[in-house]
Design a protein around this ligand. Structure first.
Ligand SMILES: [Fe+2]
Length: 139
């Protein structure tokens, strides 16, 4: 093989693998970083809280522009409770936030009417003992 062709094929291979890598990274979403499982937790990266996924990863339902976020977690007064829910757009602008009063809240469920946004979004749920959990969803 000519030296010039060999060199060109090598560059094409490098460019191709870089493109494949970038596409794969984009498909994994913005939550799949080194911080997942250490600073924040997701169903896919629960880190030290792997036994806590079912009660902490926020469950999101979207119907007709209304987003409902539920954390299937107990509200046991100030001892163990969900502090708040926050939802963000893909630019990390806050679309809505709900604080829960552990003295009165029976269940950590919040609703948000989203009128002017379409696309990827993120629901955050904060437990007073088991940190911050995030679920990606689409509006
Ligand atoms: Fe908890």
């Amino acid at each position: 093989m000519e030296r010039r062709k060999f060199f060109a094929l090598g560059l094409a291979g490098i460019a191709g693998s870089s493109l494949v890598s970038r596409i794969a990274t984009a498909a994994q979403g913005v939550l799949n970083t080194k911080l997942a499982g250490s600073i924040y937790y997701t169903k896919e990266n629960p880190g030290r809280w792997s036994a806590k996924v079912a009660g902490h990863a926020p469950v999101v339902e979207v119907k007709g522009g209304v987003v409902q976020v539920t954390t299937p977690h107990e509200m046991k007064g100030y001892e163990h409770y969900i502090v708040k829910h926050t939802i963000f757009d893909k630019q990390m602008n806050i679309l809505g936030e709900t604080m829960f009063d552990p003295a009165t809240a029976k269940a950590p469920i919040s609703k948000y009417e989203i009128k002017d946004y379409k696309g990827a979004a993120y629901a955050l749920s904060m437990c007073n003992k088991h940190d911050c959990w995030v679920t990606e969803f689409t509006v």
